[in-house]
Write a protein that binds this ligand. Sequence first.
Ligand code: NAP
Length: 303
Amino acid sequence: MTRARLHATSPEFSRLAFGTWRLLDSPSRATPEGLLELLKVCLDCGITTIDTAEIYGGYRVEQLVGAALALDTGVKQRIELITKAGIYVPNSFHPERRFAHYNASAARLVKSAEKSLRWLGVEVLDCLLVHRPDWLASIDETAAGLNQLLQAGKIRSAGVSNYSPSQFSALSSRMDQPLVTNQVEFNLFHIDPIGDGVFDQCQERQVRPMAWSPLAGGRLFAEGDVAAARLREACAAMADRYGGASADQLGLAWILAHPAQPVPVLGTTRPGRVQAAAAALDLPLSREDWYGLWEAAQGRRIP
Ligand SMILES: NC(=O)c1ccc[n+]([C@@H]2O[C@H](COP(=O)([O-])OP(=O)(O)OC[C@H]3O[C@@H](n4cnc5c(N)ncnc54)[C@H](OP(=O)(O)O)[C@@H]3O)[C@@H](O)[C@H]2O)c1
């Protein structure tokens, strides 16, 4: 699989990342052994980048990832880790929290990154993302935390998630090193980054975005969803031109074809679907088919 830097200053990552948000929903992947098995499938397909977050699984997924990697040092050495910090919700581990809140202050980012390092069982994170903009943190505060972690060698690169272009620019202005990505929702049913300036900014700054929920969280396959049914029909009608490609493969190929060169973050917990996703890298969609899928998903012609 092609390797990619998110920015010239970032480490190399795989062209597709494996997302860990839903791991605890799948009993077969919610154990270190079950997860390790899936990670080996990812590696066999060339997917070496794991995307996780402090909050996933009610703050339990990072521990699970760390436990899976601890079972096999060979696997651990081949993996790059991206994690996120900054969202805090009350739950059984944290009954002291009254309300869900963001916190991207310097002290909190450093504390969270250090916890992630411990739970993932590594000495350095390949990338740390601020999970969402914290409306109460100044750009100086947030940048100070990321700069401190970079300087201390605890993270190799820093980025953001769910930032608007102006929020990205503002934070960038205080960073010692460029932010390397903006991880945003992007799929055939959520096309905002094309029009809201996020992907324009990424191209301008030569930063690769990451695309979360690339299959709209499974909506592409929902029964009784009219738009999804229309999209599946459109996929089936063009499948022959792409060697019989499935709807999930065409949905990923649609993301990969955008000139901002997003890195899709896969959400499946099934080995066969990981393998199918990896094959989507070899499906260069034609311009007309790309617009055809847009039309089917949106239910209207381009303006
Ligand atoms: N930065 C952020 O704020 C943010 C937010 C959300 C997510 N993320 C990241 O993005 C990753 C991916 O998000 P996502 O899980 O929403 O991704 P997704 O790939 O859009 O959706 C995954 C869901 O779709 C189902 N699915 C996949 N292929 C299918 C098929 N062929 N038929 C039927 N169902 C299918 C999966 O079920 P199976 O497991 O059964 O295949 C799973 O429930 C997350 O793990 C996380 O790392 C980041």
